[in-house]
Design a protein around this ligand. Sequence first.
Ligand code: BTN
Length: 247
Amino acid sequence: MASAHPPIAFYDELDSTNAEARRRAEAGEARAGWIAALHQTAGRGRRGRTWETGTGNLAATLLMTTDRPAAEAAQLSFVAALAAADLAEAFVAPEKVSVKWPNDLLIGGRKAAGILVESGPRPDGQLWMAVGIGINLVTGPQSAERPSTTFAEHMAVPPPTPQMALSILAGAFEAWRLLWSTRGFSAIAEGWTRKAHGLGQACSARLPQETVEGVAEGIDADGALRLRLADGQIRRITAGDVFFGDA
Ligand code: BTN
């Protein structure tokens, strides 16, 4: 899926494309636009982690506004995951591509992209949203706990340039975003579930205060992960990291 998308501004280097989006939003920018960088000096990951943007990788943030309440607007992270999956499937065998709750892109079961959504209030009562996506096209961080991969590892030819990858990603994001606006989150949840990694499998959910073990059953109407606990009860996970045996 691809649609006409907001304009793209590409930089050689930024501290963080999400930080730049926030600065623009706080200065009153109301137009939607992509902000991308070939290198980030202070890339941000989820839950306060840092995010490395190695040479040849893509760091991009869509700055946009919405009149949806914050909890609903956060569903855009699933829209972003589906767009990243479309991008991956343009270059890598589709059966290797999956998404992991809440919004990681996996190739061959290892993380190839991460998504960080930030938002804030605007004077007109709307919200600004910064949907940040980091894609490992060429290099990935080395971490035993969070094994990563790259597009290049799964391709016989050189991976796309960051510019080419973003033009595909932005078109795919727009198509999924339009579906979200017209058909609601259920259409996104359906698409996400078709590509989901680990449904029906045991996992541990690492939450801010505890770790919970269970079987991942799917996502609720608001995007929360449904975890079946050993006693049969369902626990809804709304924030955290999920680890399966293999990813
Ligand atoms: C994660 O922890 O998995 C989320 C990583 C998000 C990284 C992207 S790169 C583009 C944008 N700018 C940032 O500083 N972070 C996001």
